[in-house]
Design a protein around this ligand. Structure first.
Ligand SMILES: CCC1=C(C)/C(=C/C2=NC(=C\c3[nH]c(/C=C4\NC(=O)[C@H](C)[C@H]4CC)c(C)c3CCC(=O)O)/C(CCC(=O)O)=C2C)NC1=O
Length: 169
């Protein structure tokens, strides 16, 4: 698992170089945005259960066939599994936000996920929709908590959906 700083160090160490101007700029940006990233993660954490619940309701409202007989989220067990997956995405998104790096998503969330979903018939595009709904709610929570420029909150959610949809083609 890596964050913005360890990734930078790794790259410069491989090249045997001191930090140059670019590296210093990246480091400055990492530390300057640190408070906002932690603030956003805190806002999401304290509302996590509500965010997942709200996003799930909106998803099933938009795509009711998911929870009807024959739908992948039909039956209490699968409904719960779906919301649990949403909760995973939200929690790991907060880790990636704090790290300012998406590596944790590759290592802990995305690896093998497509194969699992395909073998269980979990549909990718409704999952992507669910993650995008969660993104909007999470960003709104960050804004409500006073994070001035909360656009960065989108990044891990977009990363997950991009990776999920890309590898499904
Ligand atoms: C932390 C990393 C991590 C992830 C991401 C993860 C996902 C994950 N989701 C699963 C199942 C599942 N995932 C869903 C999800 C959905 N079905 C839908 O129709 C919706 C579109 C969607 C919710 C948005 C469902 C319904 C299952 C159960 C499928 C089944 O058992 O038939 C499974 C199979 C094993 C299980 O049921 O627990 C895994 C491994 N597990 C992990 O450890």
């Amino acid at each position: 698992m890596r964050d913005a700083v360890t990734t930078l160090i790794k790259n410069y160490d491989v090249a045997g170089k001191y930090f140059d101007r670019n590296a210093i700029d990246s480091l400055k940006s990492y530390f300057e945005t640190g408070t906002a990233r932690v603030q956003a993660a805190a806002a999401i954490n304290s509302n996590a259960a509500a965010i997942v619940k709200q996003a799930g309701s909106k998803l099933f409202e938009e795509l009711p066939e998911l929870i009807r007989p024959g739908g992948n989220a039909y039956t209490t067990r699968r409904y719960a599994a779906c919301l649990r997956d949403m909760d995973y995405y939200l929690r790991y998104a907060t880790y990636a936000l704090v790290a300012a790096n998406m590596n944790v998503l590759d290592e802990r969330v995305l690896q093998g996920l497509r194969e699992t979903y395909n073998s269980l018939g979990v549909p990718i595009s409704p999952t992507v929709r669910g993650i995008q709904i969660m993104k909007d709610i999470a960003r709104a929570q960050a804004v409500a908590a006073g994070v001035a420029n909360a656009a960065f909150v989108d990044e891990p959610f977009d990363y997950i959906t991009r990776e999920l949809s890309e590898i499904d083609i």
